[in-house]
Design a protein around this ligand. Structure first.
Ligand code: XMP
Length: 429
C-alpha cells in the first residue's frame, strides 16, 4: 500500500468532513470511521499512522455520552482527542488550528505526504483485487460521473471479472447511451450489457402526471430491469456501487441523523445477495472527478453537470409523451451545443430545457400552428440549496430561440426562466 492514513473517528462532530479535507489538502489520506470500530476492523485498515477522536460539541448523541472503543486505546497508535477527555479545545479557525493539525499529523504521527490520485488508484486496485479474488462483479453503469469512475477503476483492477449493465430507459440526454457504449464497450473493452428498455419505461410512464409518482415508477422499473439482467448472469457475488462520501453523509451516520435516503445507499433488491464493492466511498466529488481524469475518462464524462436520476422524465412535465420527450432532448442538445460554443460550458453550474404540457397558437409557413413551448433554464449555485439565474447574453438567447423553433419539431415558442431558487426550484418538477 502506498498511502499513509490518518483515521478520524466520528464522535458526533459535524466537522469531520471538513477535518478530513483539511488533512488531505496537506497531502495525507484520511478516512472517517464510526467511534465503535472493532479491533479487526482497525487492523484491516492499511497504514494508519494516527487517530483523531473528533468529538466537537456534539459528543453527546441522543443524550448519551459516547467514547471510542477500547480497541482504539489498545492500538498503540498516536491518538489525538480534540475537545475530548479534558484535552485543550482546538481553536476553531485559522492558523492555530492548521498548526495543531500539522503538529499531530507530521510531528507526532510522522505521516508522509503521499496522498495523490496515482497512489489512491494503485491502493484501491490492490484492495479491490483482495476483496474480490477471482469472483465476478456486477455494476449498474448509468454514465453519470460516479458510476463511470467506479467502472473505470474496476476495469483496471479486475478487467473482465466485471460486467457493466447500462439500462437505456429513454430518459437520457442526446448521445449519452452512445457515449457509454463507445467509452466502456469499445475503448475500455469492458463486458458491457446494453439494455434497450425505452419502450418498457415509456409504457409504464404513460399517463403518469404526478412528479413523485413518476420518480417512483422510474426507480422501481430500473430495479426490476437491473434485477432481470442480474439473474441472467452466472456466478456474480459482488455488486459495484458508485457511492461517494457525500452520499454516506446524507444518508446519516451512527451519530448524525439522515438528511435524506440516497439511491446509491438504500434501495437494493433484497433477495439478491451481493457483497458491495465501493472503492469511491471515501472520496468527495472533486476527488472523484480527479480520479476519473487520472483513469483517462473523457472530460465530458468526468466534468458533466448534475443530472437528475430520473433524467429527462422530470423535464418532460406532466404525463410523458414521446413527441415532447424528443422535443426536450433535442432542445437540450441545442442549448448545450450553444453554451459550449460560447464559453458558458464550464462557467454555468446547470442548464437545461423543460417542456410543459402546454400548446400555444403560432404561425408557421403562413398558417396557424398550435405547438409546444420549451423553457430554458440556466442557474448557478454552490450547494443546490439556493440558486441564481445566469445572465445569458440576449444575442445568444435570440440565437438559441431561433435554432430551437427552426430545428425542433412541434415547438413554436421558447421561454427563459428568470426565477431564482427560492421561490423556484432548479428543476420544474
Ligand atoms: P431542485 O429542483 O430540488 O434541484 O432545486 C436541486 C438539484 O438536484 C437535482 N435533482 C435531482 N437529482 N434525482 C437526482 O438525482 C432527482 O430526483 C432530482 N431532482 C432534482 C437537480 O438537477 C439539481 O441539480
Amino acid at each position: 500500500m502506498k498511502q499513509d492514513m490518518i483515521l478520524i473517528l466520528d464522535l458526533g462532530s459535524e466537522g469531520n468532513p471538513r477535518l478530513a479535507r483539511e488533512i488531505r489538502a496537506m497531502g495525507v489520506y484520511t478516512e472517517i470511521h464510526p467511534h465503535d470500530i472493532t479491533a479487526p476492523e482497525l487492523a484491516a485498515l492499511p497504514n494508519v499512522k494516527g487517530i483523531i477522536l473528533n468529538g466537537g460539541i456534539n459528543r453527546v448523541v441522543d443524550g448519551v455520552e459516547i467514547d471510542a472503543s477500547q480497541a482504539v486505546y489498545n492500538s498503540g497508535l498516536p491518538i489525538w482527542a480534540i475537545d475530548h477527555k479534558g484535552a485543550a479545545p482546538l481553536a476553531d479557525e485559522g492558523a492555530d488550528r492548521e498548526k495543531a493539525i500539522r503538529d499531530f499529523v507530521f510531528g507526532t504521527c510522522k505521516a508522509d505526504t503521499n496522498w495523490n490520485m496515482e497512489n489512491f488508484i494503485a491502493d484501491q486496485v490492490e484492495l479491490i483485487r483482495k476483496q474480490v479474488g477471482n469472483k465476478k462483479v456486477l455494476l449498474a453503469l448509468s454514465g453519470g460521473v460516479d458510476s463511470s469512475v467506479v467502472a473505470a477503476l474496476l476495469i483496471k483492477a479486475i478487467g473482465d471479472q466485471l460486467t457493466c449493465v447500462h439500462v437505456n430507459h429513454g430518459l437520457l440526454r442526446k448521445g449519452e447511451p452512445e457515449q457509454v457504449v463507445q467509452v466502456f464497450g469499445k475503448e475500455l473493452n469492458a463486458n458491457l450489457v446494453y439494455v434497450d428498455a425505452v419502450d418498457r419505461f415509456l409504457d409504464k410512464l404513460a399517463g403518469v402526471a404526478d412528479p413523485e409518482t413518476k420518480r417512483k415508477v422510474i426507480g422501481a422499473e430500473f430495479i426490476r430491469v437491473f434485477e432481470e439482467e442480474a439473474r441472467k448472469l452466472e456466478g456474480i457475488e459482488f455488486l459495484g456501487q458508485g457511492t461517494i462520501y457525500p452520499d454516506i453523509i446524507e444518508s446519516g451516520t451512527k451519530t448524525v441523523k439522515a438528511v435524506k435516503s440516497h439511491h446509491n445507499v438504500g434501495g437494493l433488491p433484497e433477495d439478491l445477495q451481493f457483497e458491495l464493492v465501493e472503492p469511491l466511498k471515501m472520496l468527495f466529488k472533486d476527488e472523484v472527478r480527479a480520479c476519473g481524469v487520472a483513469l483517462g475518462l473523457p472530460s465530458a464524462m468526468v466534468y458533466r453537470q448534475p443530472f437528475p436520476g430520473p433524467g429527462l422524465g422530470v423535464r418532460c412535465l406532466g404525463a410523458i409523451t414521446r413527441d415532447r420527450l424528443e422535443a426536450v432532448r433535442e432542445s437540450d442538445a441545442i442549448l448545450r451545443e450553444e453554451f459550449a460554443k460560447n464559453g458558458l460550458e464550464g462557467k454555468v453550474w446547470q442548464y437545461f430545457t423543460a417542456i410543459p404540457d402546454i400548446k400555444s397558437v403560432g404561425v408557421r409557413d403562413n398558417k396557424r400552428a398550435d405547438e409546444w413551448c420549451v423553457i430554458l433554464r440556466a442557474v448557478n449555485t454552490v450547494d443546490a440549496m439556493t440558486a441564481t439565474v445566469e445572465e445569458v447574453p440576449y444575442a445568444l438567447l435570440h440565437h438559441i430561440v431561433n435554432r430551437i423553433t427552426n430545428e425542433v419539431k412541434g415547438v413554436n415558442r421558447v421561454l427563459f426562466d428568470l426565477t431564482p431558487k427560492p421561490t423556484g426550484t432548479i428543476e420544474w418538477e
